[in-house]
Write a protein that binds this ligand. Structure first.
Ligand code: UDP
Length: 237
């Protein structure tokens, strides 16, 4: 049931989550972080592999989308605030720079990842960048196997839902440590290729609207996931 998985979503503040992240890194823990939005749950209804990933108590789910926060509130699950993939990326890059953590980047188009690598090299010079790979290769599992062997402290994977979560989950057992997180379109924004919504849109919880205006082809995806998700929640209530 969707509401059992929703109960697993992190309920405390962004600051509390960041504190946990930094402790996991200090302790050299192994973690998969899933930035949950309606699409995550809608896909998991039909995709047993993703469902298993969401239900695994070792994995950490955070409320990426506003629809998740609102749906949980409707069901009496008290989520404090959104914790977005893009902000987690920014936090992790700063933390990695301060502590000279190692990093691997996997996903997005070649021009995007190259721009992001340049940015990291200039703005976060203490990060040990172990390598990077665009997300348009045939054998993503072979790549993830290689990444895990390099033993990064942090691995950001931008392949889209559910491929990023499933690719990580298939190989994490071989990892000795590391924060592995699926970050969707975050590389496109972090690299500067795409712009994040203006602050006002974010403040008014309308980031989803900005993304549709900018990329109207997202509308179908929005309907099939966010709208249907909210209707499902209404029925549950
Ligand atoms: N992507 C990729 N390989 C693929 C398909 C997608 O690397 O085979 C990347 C794509 O370039 C983009 C990200 O995965 O950077 C998915 O972004 P999207 O905006 O769809 O994710 P959202 O943030 O909406 O979940």
């Amino acid at each position: 049931m969707i509401n059992n998985d929703l109960k697993k979503i992190y309920q405390k503040s962004k600051e509390d989550f960041y504190q946990e992240l930094s402790e996991w890194l200090i302790k050299k823990s192994k973690k998969i972080i899933i930035t949950a939005n309606p699409e995550t749950f809608m896909i998991s209804e039909k995709d047993q592999d993703l469902k298993k990933i969401l239900s695994d108590s070792n994995n950490s789910l955070v409320p990426d989308g506003i629809a998740i926060v609102k749906a949980c509130q409707k069901l009496g699950i008290n989520i404090k605030e959104r914790i977005t993939g893009i902000e987690i990326c920014e936090y992790l890059l700063n933390l990695a720079n301060e502590n000279s953590y190692s990093l691997y980047l996997f996903g997005a188009k070649e021009e995007v990842i190259e721009k992001l690598v340049k940015k990291i090299q200039t703005e976060y010079p203490n990060i040990k960048l172990l390598g990077y790979q665009n997300g348009y290769i045939k054998n993503k599992d072979e790549m993830m196997e290689k990444i895990v062997k390099k033993n990064p402290d942090i691995c950001l994977v931008a392949l889209g839902i559910p491929e990023q979560e499933k690719t990580i989950a298939r190989h994490i057992k071989e990892a000795k440590k590391g924060i592995y997180i699926g970050v969707g379109g975050s590389f496109d924004v972090l690299s500067g290729v795409k712009k994040r919504a203006p602050k006002l849109f974010i403040k008014l919880n309308l980031e989803w609207l900005y993304r549709i205006i900018k990329e109207p082809k997202r509308l179908k995806r929005f309907w099939n996931n966010n709208v249907k998700f909210l209707l499902k929640i209404k029925k549950l209530k």
